[in-house]
Design a protein around this ligand. Structure first.
Ligand code: HEC
Length: 328
């Protein structure tokens, strides 16, 4: 079956209303495919390594990280903010952001990514040259020297002691220098540093692989916006704006997996929420301090959204449909 006839058949079945499971080949335009190896594609798109959030929190709570926050709840929030900042392509700025690449693309949920393969930036899959001029004008060293992407739950070369501030300095360099991002304030670096420190405290023991799930992805969008609301309320507009951009990017990857014809209502609903986030972000960027209440409407709409339960198995979230669609 060539591509053209597949499209025609998919189109015809859709027209007949028989398309409950038809995902048209033209819709397999998942952004992530741009930086995933051909061989690892199905695995990377259907499963994700993940560090148990409760384990992360428990490890952080027992450490000196607990001392820098006013309450256990504040520590938990900061860990979530760090986790979701990892999913904000905007943090990297420049060409990486345009391509949709975030920390998470290389360090999947804080780990590594054996399937990462980006033209010119990678050697073997799972490697990247972070000093490539694609990411950085200033640090670009004209040499292709890709190295293995480290798993952040394991010990690495950057020291984590809080006194030295080496981790903060490293993160500031990758956000500002290596990826030509906007100058990140210490307020943006802080939650990321806490998250990265906690990852190493848990170690790979608490790492699991779970299937990519629509329910989980939607829940994460909600959690991201909750964190944005808390940060905005705390006067941290820059962090709140970046979290909203993370939410927008997360919505984009949910939207991409849903079928244009059978899930148009859900897709439109997602688009509307992403627009709302964009509007709030522009207000924050314009220096308008937002309060928790300004995000309450969005939070309310996110928690009382349409029923996505059918879409989970009737979309690219279903590994069988995904595998089939990738074959075409
Ligand atoms: C293009 C893939 C890629 C992206 C995107 C990326 N990293 Fe990395 N990261 C790497 C590689 C490769 C290294 C190893 C660099 C080295 O050892 O010089 C690394 C190293 C690190 C380390 C040090 C680990 C150690 O050895 O102690 C941390 C922390 C880190 N990255 C966090 C981040 C954060 C936070 C972001 C987002 C702002 C990010 N990375 C984005 C590929 C990436």
């Amino acid at each position: 079956l060539d591509r053209k006839s597949a499209v025609l058949i998919a189109f015809a079945t859709a027209a007949l209303g028989l398309s409950a499971c038809a995902v048209q080949p033209s819709q397999v335009t998942l952004r992530e495919t741009a930086w995933l190896s051909e061989t690892g594609l199905l695995e990377a798109l259907s499963n994700e390594p993940f560090v148990d959030r409760e384990a992360l929190y428990a490890a952080a709570l027992k450490s000196e990280l607990a001392d820098i926050y006013t309450s256990p709840q504040a520590l938990r929030s900061e860990l979530l903010a760090g986790e979701f900042l990892f999913k904000a392509p905007l943090l990297l700025g420049g060409q990486a952001a345009k391509a949709g690449i975030s920390c998470h693309s290389c360090h999947t949920n804080g780990t590594d990514n054996p399937h990462f393969l980006f033209p010119a930036v990678s050697g073997e899959s799972g490697t990247a040259d972070t000093t490539h001029s694609f990411f950085s004008k200033s640090l670009g060293n004209q040499v292709t020297d890709p190295i293995a992407i480290p798993d952040l739950t394991k010990g690495g070369k950057v020291a984590h002691s809080m006194e030295s501030g080496e981790l903060e300095a490293f993160l500031t360099t990758i956000v500002v220098g290596e990826f030509s991002g906007v100058k990140a304030s210490p307020r943006v670096i802080a939650p990321m540093a806490t998250y990265v420190r906690a990852l190493r405290l848990t170690g790979s023991m608490d790492q699991t692989v779970r299937p990519r799930s629509l329910k989980q992805d939607l829940e994460d969008v909600r959690l991201t916006v909750d964190q944005a609301a808390l940060q905005a309320d705390d006067g941290k507009s820059e962090v709140a704006a970046l979290l909203l951009s993370s939410g927008q990017s997360q919505i984009q990857s949910i939207h991409e997996r849903l079928d244009r014809s059978s899930h148009s209502v859900l897709r439109d609903w997602l688009t509307a929420r992403a627009r709302e986030m964009g509007m709030l972000r522009r207000r924050l960027n314009a220096g308008e301090g937002l309060l928790k209440s300004d995000l309450a409407g969005l939070q309310e709409r996110l928690s009382s959204g349409p029923d996505f339960s059918q879409a989970a198995h009737n979309s690219l979230y279903n590994p069988a449909i995904l595998a089939n669609a990738l074959k075409r």
